[in-house]
Design a protein around this ligand. Structure first.
Ligand SMILES: [Zn+2]
Length: 129
């Protein structure tokens, strides 16, 4: 698939790779849950391969919250839609609780992927020659 080849932004986002060289890791571990459980929730400071500093400016990561918010809302709507489609008579409070639980369970993945999306907006792939 062309869209998942090295050089595409999706490749960097899905495989936790540096947005510039697509070789070094962005997060220290590929597992978002491990990141949170080990309280190791910071991304690497810089790429070990191309040495680019990930935090482009002070407060850069605040922007990732917009991405995270959009993913959270999309997930909420998706869960709401799926649950009310399959269980049309479900109590609204139970429905809300299940949606909140779903968002909480997904939140480490959301945090993980939103920073990757955010930095990929600003940094282009530049293969090392
Ligand atoms: Zn790199």
């Amino acid at each position: 698939m062309v869209i998942l080849n090295k050089g595409s932004k999706l490749y960097s986002i899905l495989f936790n790779l540096c947005p510039k060289c697509h070789e070094g890791r962005f997060w220290k571990t590929n597992n978002p849950f491990k990141n949170i459980l080990l309280k190791n929730s910071e991304s690497s400071i810089s790429c070990e391969t191309c040495l680019i500093k990930y935090e482009l400016e002070i407060g850069f990561w605040y922007g990732a919250m917009y991405i995270s918010y959009a993913i959270g809302v999309a997930l909420m709507l998706f869960l709401w839609g799926v649950l009310s489609f399959f269980f049309p008579l479900m109590d609204v409070l139970l429905l809300i609780s299940l949606v909140v639980i779903g968002i909480l369970i997904f939140s480490p993945i959301n945090y993980h992927i939103s920073r990757l999306i955010w930095i990929n907006i600003f940094i282009k792939y530049q293969p090392k020659d």
